[in-house]
Design a protein around this ligand. Structure first.
Ligand SMILES: *Cc1c(COP(=O)(O)O)cnc(C)c1O
Ligand code: SF4
Length: 383
């Protein structure tokens, strides 16, 4: 059989590097591609933001009104993805303050998922029988305006001190039913490589811990953080899963592609947890494009989260119907691999509840009437 051997995989070339806005035009590549440089040069003041995009009066007022309660912080890399002129650019909406954040609705809650209530020790949320969330830092490279943990993130007083890490590890060690640890934050990759390795090695030393996940948005906001050294550390402690948070196809750059490749080549399974956000991704076409790009990046769409009831994010919330509509437009119409679970994290700590379009038309005794993605009906008779 004759065939042409592909000597070069060109999928990477379908992904474009982030553009370099004028303010950072003269930065040397070795700095730009260095995560510590990116971290140190984060856009935190309005004067800095004005040099990157044409800000609006609204954004100025929103910054002044919100900066004390929830800081702005944007890596130059993520800021470079912003549209200079469009305040409704999905990157801008996710990272630049908005006046709507000041609206606190009656139903809004400080801790809608009751993560503090289900906290047996500081730093651990234990809600499900066999797995826990483990908070290891309060810091993130970009402070997402829709963050569900606004109450903690960016607040240095809630920083995970060494004692909190030790208490968390001791709790996991004492609870033999825990087989899955979700390492979270903030963003756990804000920890140094050494600290992260310390946590991973301590977890891996426990016989009852089977898998862990690193819940990080660095692939989206600071892909430079995925260094060879980091990948080689994670590789030592497999099975390691990476849970990340891409929300829009604009975030699927060549930098992000390369970061995912490094982790996937190191043997990590990467899953994506998108948050459904009004005006950003509440459109089946956008989610389909995002999920197709993610699959090319070796990232599997895992969850779509309904936006929760945290304070000051009501402007991002969509009707639940939007989420159902997205699944309706994915299932059957594209690869099953591109169809995540749409879930609502129940207010009050009920956990994640899946919501689906209704595919069962009728069920009587042994007869089930089902409908497919094209709404054609079929009968299935049980034996
Ligand atoms: C989301 C979450 C998990 C992990 O849930 P999976 O459905 O297994 O991904 C674990 N603990 C808490 C408190 C969570 O919110
Ligand atoms: S990266 Fe995650 S924890 Fe950090 S601000 Fe964004 S949504 Fe919140």
């Amino acid at each position: 059989m004759a065939f042409n051997i592909v000597t070069k995989n060109t999928v990477a070339e379908r992904f474009k590097y982030a553009p370099r806005p004028d303010v950072w035009k003269d930065v040397e590549s070795k700095d730009w591609n260095n995560w510590i440089w990116q971290q140190q040069k984060r856009v935190k003041s309005f004067e800095q933001l004005e040099k990157v995009v044409n800000v609006t009066q609204e954004e100025r007022e929103a910054f002044q009104a919100t900066n004390e309660s929830f800081n702005m912080g944007i890596t130059p890399y993520y800021a470079s993805l912003m549209d200079k002129d469009d305040p409704n650019c999905p990157i801008r909406l996710q990272s630049v303050p908005n006046k709507a954040e000041l609206n606190i609705l009656e139903g809004d809650m400080e801790d809608p998922l009751a993560e503090e209530r289900d906290m047996p020790v500081q730093g651990i949320t234990h809600r499900y029988p066999d797995r826990v969330l483990f908070y290891t830092t309060h810091n993130c490279p970009v402070y997402c305006r829709h963050c569900t943990r606004k109450r903690k993130v960016a607040d240095p007083s809630s920083s995970a001190a060494n004692k909190q890490i030790e208490d968390g590890l001791a709790y996991i060690e004492a609870h033999k039913e825990i087989r899955d640890v979700v390492i979270s934050g903030g963003d756990p990759l804000s920890n140094s490589d050494d600290r992260l390795e310390y946590i991973l090695s301590r977890l891996r030393a426990l016989d009852h811990v089977e898998v862990f996940r690193i819940g990080t948005r660095n692939l989206v906001t600071l892909p430079q953080r995925i260094t060879d050294n980091l990948a080689s550390i994670i590789k030592k402690y497999h099975p390691a899963f990476i849970h990340t948070h891409f929300n829009h196809p604009k975030e699927c750059t060549r930098e992000a592609f390369d970061a995912c490749a490094k982790l996937a080549d190191a043997g990590c399974v990467i899953n994506n947890q998108m948050v459904l956000l009004k005006g950003i991704n509440d459109d089946p076409k956008i989610v389909k494009e995002l999920n197709h790009k993610l699959l090319m990046m070796r990232v599997r769409p895992y969850y779509i989260f309904q936006c929760d009831l945290s304070q000051g994010i009501s402007h991002f919330r969509t009707p639940i119907e939007s989420g159902i509509n997205i699944i309706e437009h994915l299932r059957g119409w594209t690869s099953g691999m591109a169809v995540p679970h749409y879930v609502i994290d129940a207010p009050g700590g009920g956990g994640k509840i899946p919501v689906l379009p209704n595919y069962v038309v009728k069920h009587e005794g042994k007869k089930w009437v089902l409908r497919n993605f094209k709404k054609d009906q079929f009968e299935y008779i049980e034996p």
